[in-house]
Design a protein around this ligand. Structure first.
Ligand code: C5P
Length: 236
């Protein structure tokens, strides 16, 4: 059973004898998944190794539980689970725009995307030619989408992810507090393949009250269930 968080999530109907009835609508879970791509020129980009598997597994599990799911996805090779509202984006700026425009309809937000921290200051409109002179790419910081969403939380439960190469729990907790999220899912990067694209993974879920749930070496699909259990039962 998925809890319904706000009055906008109730259907008001009139029966034939004029009696008003109120039924619960399924909650809306807004999920960001996959990498972002930041253009260098018409044929090149900066990105990362994210495959989107975790976010898509969360979307599939949320649908299976009867939620309404909006999936804002960076470029992936995955097929979106049936029944999701899929919004495809490429860059961090596009992802930010889509997430903020869907935020009002959401009861829960899961920011599982690997957003590129930087983008090119100036994207070349022509393919940059290889030449003898050095090419320098000037980067500017991308907006932190999770922080912006948390600044507009208004009663929603917001979860982020933290991929760390060292001091997993300390760094994840710092991220949780720094971004003002409710929950952070910490993922240790030991070998690249153990996180990106792999089916099995280890996680620690930390909430802002300091509670921790650990799960080791389980498929991402099963982890998605554990994460949703935590998010959907979190009381603000
Ligand atoms: O700071 P870091 O990138 O490690 O934080 C990870 C969390 O922040 C993830 O939930 C990720 O989706 C989110 N994030 C974001 N916008 C960025 C960078 C990360 O929303 N520009």
């Amino acid at each position: 059973m998925i809890p319904v968080r706000s009055p906008k999530n109730y259907n008001r109907c009139k029966t034939s004898n004029g009696v008003k009835t109120v039924t619960k609508k399924a909650p809306v879970i807004l999920i960001a998944a996959g990498p972002t791509r930041e253009k260098i020129d018409p044929v090149r980009f900066i990105s990362n190794y994210s495959t989107g598997k975790f976010g898509y597994a969360l979307a599939g599990e949320a649908i299976r539980r009867g939620a309404r799911v909006t999936l804002v996805s960076g470029p992936t090779c995955l097929e979106a689970p049936q029944g999701v509202k899929l919004i495809c984006v490429e860059s961090a700026i596009e992802m930010r725009r889509a997430m903020l425009s869907e935020l009002n309809r959401a009861d829960y937000v899961i920011m599982s995307a690997a957003v590129s921290d930087w983008r090119l200051k100036k994207v070349s409109s022509r393919k940059i030619k290889r030449s003898s002179c050095k090419v320098t790419l000037e980067l500017v910081e991308n907006p932190d989408i999770l922080s912006e969403i948390c600044a507009r939380k208004a009663g929603r439960v917001v979860a982020g992810f933290a991929l760390e190469t060292e001091n997993l729990e300390t760094n994840a907790l710092k991220k949780l507090l720094g971004k003002n999220a409710d929950i952070i899912v910490a993922n240790a990067l030991k070998r690249r393949s153990a996180v990106f694209g792999d089916n099995n993974t280890d996680i620690v879920i930390i909430d802002r009250l300091g509670n921790k749930v650990r799960a080791r070496n389980r498929p991402k699909k099963e982890m998605a269930g554990i994460i949703l259990d935590k998010i959907l039962s979190f009381n603000i």
